[in-house]
Ligand binder design. Structure first.
Ligand code: SF4
Length: 146
């Protein structure tokens, strides 16, 4: 049986990004040779619509560009994502770089100016705390060779 891989749905070309756009950044067929894919979108699971105003992390809170505090939606989204990890037995994730939900290592800095800062997305932090191994699309080589 193939190992389960949680994957940011937008990386599969699903139009769930804040702007409704698509990013098909990964070769899904290549990944399917090794993994059973489990698509997730924490922001949608948190009840946010598409399209939506973009959000960025500001410390432990998450704010939309218009000043709306969406921390509760992000908390709900990460919990639903984790419940899916538990239900499927997935202990591995491939998440979208830089996102306030899914980023790892570097995320937007909360100023909505395009600047990056060290840190993880809300769901990524939670996954790591729960012992889920997280990669971004910039670490595909490491994921495929593990
Ligand atoms: S929350 Fe994650 S999966 Fe959903 S659109 Fe943003 S980066 Fe993609």
């Amino acid at each position: 049986m193939k190992e389960k891989l949680l994957i940011s749905a937008c990386l599969l070309g699903i139009g769930c990004r804040y702007d409704g756009g698509r990013v098909a950044k990964v070769d899904a067929e290549l990944l399917r040779e090794k993994f059973e894919l489990v698509p997730i979108c924490p922001e949608i699971y948190g009840g946010l619509p598409t399209p939506r105003v973009p959000s960025e992390r500001v410390g432990e809170r998450v704010m939309m560009k218009d000043g709306t505090d969406v921390t509760e939606s992000f908390e709900r989204g990460r919990e639903h994502s984790y419940q899916l990890a538990l239900a499927t037995g997935a202990r591995l994730a491939l998440l979208k770089a830089k996102s306030p939900s899914c980023g790892k290592g570097m995320i937007y800095d909360g100023s909505f100016s395009g600047k990056l800062t060290e840190g993880n997305g809300y769901t990524t932090d939670y996954f790591l705390e729960q012992g889920i191994e997280v990669y971004t699309e910039n670490e595909l080589g490491a994921l495929l060779s593990r």
